[in-house]
Design a protein. Structure first.
Length: 183
């Protein structure tokens, strides 16, 4: 869980304090990156940068202290994800990956773990959920947002978010129990 910042940090950022921007980024960027990677963004790091450019350019409009800032941040991240899905739908088909021409170095431990999530049993089981259930569980667990924050981001009532979370967790439980029965 990300360490909450005092509301004064947001106020200082709204007054233009550069150190406050750094503290906000340090506190929120890992969660945003994890959320975007879990959603399958092709270039999560670039998307994180776009999210924070948007947030920092609108920092003066943020209300609700640090929790309001978190909600706004993940709302922007969710919007970036939706934009990416729409872009992919308009421009499908990318070149195949050729590992022999890739000059990048090995990723960090965090990158390796998050990348393996999609290939793991957990990633496969998350894919078995309907998109709304999967989105709720990712926002609640990976992004560590409250029910109210998820409801605001997804444009649904808190009650419907509770139901989506409950049904998603029950479906995951059933999938896990089935797999264990086969072993």
């Amino acid at each position: 869980m990300a360490q909450a910042l005092p509301d004064e940090v947001l106020s200082a950022a709204q007054d233009g304090d550069p150190e406050s921007f750094s503290r906000i980024y340090a506190a929120l960027a890992p969660g945003v990156a994890g959320y975007l990677r879990a959603r399958g963004m092709e270039d999560a790091e670039a998307s994180v940068q776009e999210v924070f450019l948007t947030i920092f350019s609108h920092i003066g409009t943020v209300r609700g202290g640090y929790q309001g800032l978190r909600t706004f941040t993940f709302s922007v991240a969710h919007a970036r994800y939706v934009d990416e899905v729409r872009r992919r739908a308009r421009h499908p088909g990318f070149a195949d990956y050729d590992p022999e021409t890739d000059t990048r170095t090995t990723g960090s431990a965090e990158d390796v773990v998050l990348a393996s999530l999609a290939e793991s049993d957990v990633g496969q089981q998350l894919q078995a959920l309907n998109p709304d259930q999967r989105e709720v569980l990712l926002l609640r667990i990976v992004a560590d947002l409250s029910l109210e924050q998820v409801a605001e981001i997804m444009g649904k009532s808190t009650g419907s978010i509770k139901q989506l979370q409950r049904r998603g967790l029950l479906k995951l439980k059933t999938l896990i129990e089935r797999k264990e029965a086969l072993v």
